[in-house]
Design a protein around this ligand. Structure first.
Ligand code: 3BY
Ligand code: FES
Ligand code: FE
Length: 417
C-alpha cells in the first residue's frame, strides 16, 4: 500500500472501538511511531533513571530517547540536573550514551566547555563581543520522585506530576532508593511496538501460561478474574484471596505502610497506578522460592513481610520489596523495536556473595523478561498480519489495557492528532 492510500492518523485514532485493542497501524506505522515519540516521550513525564545511579558530584548518565539526547548529572552542589545533549555551538552531541564521570562538560568537536550547572565557561575563537551567558546548555525539567528520576523533554511539562509525587514519595521513603545501588542491569530489545510492551505488562492473563518462575511469587488473581469462568472451588479460593488481600492491606495501612490502590489512568496527563500486593511463596520477595534474596534490607525497612509495592507508568514498571527493587524502563527504538532496561537494586552496603547471591536476586525477572519479549514479538508479528482485527479486551483481566488504549487515544487527540 502506498502512503497516499493510508488512513490519516486521526482517523486511525477515532476508528478504535471501545474496549478493543488498537488498529494495526497504531502499532506498526513509522509515522505513528514519530507521533508517539513526540507526544509520549517529548511532552509527557518519562521515567529515565534512578538517583542512586548518580550518587556523587560529577556522576552522569546519558540516554538517547528517539532523536533526543539526555544528560542526567549531579552537580558540584549535589543537585540533580538534566540537560539536552546538544552543544550550543553547532549542536554536536557532547557525551556518549552510558554512564560517565565529568568535572566539566567538554564538547569533543571544538571544546566548548560547560559547568555541571550548564553554564558555558569556555568558547575559544568566538571574538571579544561573544556573549557566553546566553548559551548555557538547555535544561530539561527533572523531578526526583523518592529516588526515581523523571524528565519531561518538552517546554510545557504536565503539572499533574505533582499527584505522582504526592502519592509515591511517602510510599517510597522506607525503601531508601537514594541509598541503594544497581546490583545488575539487563537490556532487552523487544521486537515489538512500545505499546505492546506496555500492554503486556499490564495484565497477568498470560502469567499462568508463560511465567512459571514468576507464578511462584505472583498472584495472577490480583490482576482480575472472571468468577463465571471458574469452578465453585476456584471461585471460593479467588474470593478468599480477595478477602485476604483487603484484610492485609488494612493491617499494613494501620501499621503505617500505605498500600491502597491509586490509579490515574484516564483523563490525566501523567498516567500511573500503584498498589502494595502480597507475595506468594515465602511471602518476602520475587525470588525462586519467595524468600528474600538480600540479607541487608532496603533503606529503613526492618521487615520483609510488606509485600511488593507496584508502580506502573506509561514507560515503565517497578517492584519495591523489603530486600530489593526491580525497576524497568521502556524506551521505544523504532515502530517495531523497544528497549526494556531492567535494574535490580539493593542497599548500597549489601555485598554480593555475602549479603546476596546475584542469581537468586535476578533469576525470576530475567526469565520473566525473556518470556515477555517472546510474547511481545509474537504480538507484533500478529498485529502486522493483514488478517489482524483488533480483538476485545477481557473486562476482568485486561481492564488496564483498555484504560491504557483509551488514555493513548485521548492524549494523541489532545496533542492535535
Ligand atoms: O508482565 C508480566 O508478566 C506481569 C503481568 C502483570 C504484571 N507483570 C509483572
Ligand atoms: Fe560543540 Fe562546536 S559543536 S564545540
Ligand atoms: Fe509477562
Amino acid at each position: 500500500m502506498s502512503t497516499a492510500t493510508l488512513p490519516s492518523l486521526s482517523s486511525l485514532l477515532s476508528s478504535r472501538r471501545p474496549h478493543h485493542a488498537l488498529p494495526a497501524g497504531l502499532y506498526t506505522r513509522p509515522d505513528v511511531f514519530e507521533a508517539d515519540m513526540q507526544v509520549f516521550f517529548q511532552n509527557h513525564w518519562i521515567l529515565v533513571g534512578l538517583e542512586c545511579e548518580i550518587p556523587e558530584p560529577g556522576d552522569a548518565q546519558v540516554l538517547d530517547i528517539g532523536k533526543a539526547g539526555l544528560i542526567l548529572l549531579r552537580d558540584d552542589d549535589g543537585q540533580v540536573r538534566a540537560f539536552h545533549n546538544t552543544c550550543r555551538h553547532r549542536g554536536a552531541r557532547i557525551l556518549d550514551a552510558g554512564a560517565t564521570v565529568i568535572s566539566k562538560l567538554v564538547c569533543p568537536y571544538h571544546q566548548w566547555t560547560y559547568e555541571p550547572t550548564g553554564e558555558l565557561i569556555h568558547a575559544p575563537h568566538m571574538g571579544v563581543d561573544f556573549d557566553k551567558s546566553c548559551r548555557s546548555l538547555k535544561p530539561v525539567a527533572v523531578r526526583n520522585v523518592g529516588g526515581l528520576l523523571y524528565v519531561c523533554l518538552g517546554e510545557n511539562p504536565p503539572k499533574d506530576i505533582a499527584v505522582l509525587q504526592d502519592v509515591m514519595e511517602e510510599r517510597l521513603a522506607p525503601y531508601g532508593l537514594r541509598d541503594a545501588k544497581v546490583a545488575h542491569q539487563v537490556d532487552v530489545i523487544e521486537k515489538g511496538n512500545w505499546k505492546l510492551t506496555m500492554e503486556n505488562n499490564r495484565e497477568c492473563y498470560h502469567c499462568v501460561g508463560s511465567h512459571p518462575e514468576l507464578c511462584v511469587t505472583f498472584f495472577d488473581l490480583d490482576f482480575g478474574f472472571d468468577p463465571a469462568a471458574m469452578s465453585a472451588e476456584e471461585r471460593a479460593r479467588a474470593e478468599q484471596h480477595v478477602a485476604d488481600r483487603i484484610a492485609r492491606e488494612k493491617r499494613w495501612e494501620a501499621e503505617g505502610f500505605k498500600s491502597s490502590h491509586v490509579e490515574r489512568v484516564i483523563d490525566c496527563e501523567t498516567n500511573f497506578r500503584t498498589q502494595r500486593l502480597a507475595i506468594n511463596g515465602g511471602g518476602e520477595s520475587q525470588t525462586p522460592d519467595g524468600k528474600a534474596a538480600c540479607a541487608k534490607l532496603m533503606g529503613s525497612m526492618t521487615r520483609k513481610d510488606l509485600g511488593d509495592t507496584h508502580l506502573w507508568g506509561h514507560n515503565g514498571w517497578n517492584h519495591f520489596m523489603g530486600d530489593h527493587v526491580v525497576s524497568a524502563m521502556v524506551i521505544p527504538l523504532t515502530a517495531d523495536t523497544t528497549l526494556v532496561r531492567t535494574k535490580w537494586l539493593v542497599h548500597k552496603d549489601a555485598r554480593e556473595g555475602v549479603d546476596y547471591d546475584l542469581n537468586r536476586l535476578t533469576d525470576v525477572w530475567i526469565a520473566t523478561t525473556d518470556q515477555d519479549a517472546d510474547l511481545v514479538a509474537r504480538s507484533q508479528a500478529g498485529v502486522q498480519d493483514p488478517a489482524y482485527e483488533p480483538g476485545v479486551y477481557s473486562p476482568h483481566t485486561e481492564k488496564q489495557l483498555d484504560n491504557f488504549a483509551s488514555w493513548y487515544v485521548q492524549r494523541m487527540q489532545a496533542h492535535g492528532y
